[in-house]
Ligand binder design. Structure first.
Ligand SMILES: CC(C)(COP(=O)(O)OP(=O)(O)OC[C@H]1O[C@@H](n2cnc3c(N)ncnc32)[C@H](O)[C@@H]1OP(=O)(O)O)[C@@H](O)C(=O)NCCC(=O)NCCS
Length: 141
């Protein structure tokens, strides 16, 4: 597996992966405008030529939001998301904290974040359109 930065040229591949295995994924327009902010970090994991995982983060002055992380279903449980997170953290030089929101019922993701040093700091009630709560996690970098 290799991990590399992705650019706006990769949006179709990123969308295809997000739409396939991650219902909360962004659409193409949202991704393009995120790349255009200049504060967006997007990395992909590859098995040969095949994109098998993506992480997206938005950077501000001294903190960053982890917007999304997804691994293709058939590659889950093999360390792909861990490798993507480690790569993204290296790109976030100068950033003190990494924040994220996750659905309260997304137990694999919650377990993944806890294993990787994130701590729950708050709950956003009915944050998602379907009424599910969001848990807010933070990691000091
Ligand atoms: C969450 C997700 C990104 C994890 O990806 P992954 O590549 O399978 O993760 P890794 O193999 O690096 O897992 C690292 C650790 O996370 C935890 N973990 C991952 N999947 C898990 C699961 N299904 N159940 C419980 N813990 C899990 C484990 O602690 C695991 O360590 P271990 O293998 O030593 O037990 C993946 O399940 C996914 O794509 N889910 C759909 C998208 C999503 O919900 N993203 C998060 C919200 S943005």
């Amino acid at each position: 597996m290799t991990v590399t930065l992705l650019t706006v040229k990769d949006v179709d591949k990123i969308c295809a992966l997000y739409l396939k295995d991650f219902a909360d994924g962004w659409n193409k327009e949202m991704l393009i405008s995120a790349f255009n902010t200049g504060r967006f970090i997007c990395a992909g994991a590859f098995d040969g030529e095949r994109l098998i995982g993506v992480i997206t983060c938005s950077k501000s002055v001294d903190d960053a939001d982890l917007e999304g992380i997804v691994t293709l279903k058939e590659y889950r449980g093999k360390g792909v998301a861990t490798a993507l997170l480690q790569f993204a953290e290296k790109q976030l030089k100068g950033v003190n904290k990494l924040l994220l929101e996750v659905r309260e019922g997304n137990l694999p993701a919650i377990q993944f974040y806890k294993k990787n040093g994130f701590e729950k700091i708050s709950v956003r009630k009915k944050y998602y359109a379907d009424g599910e709560n969001a848990l807010v996690f933070v990691k000091e970098l």
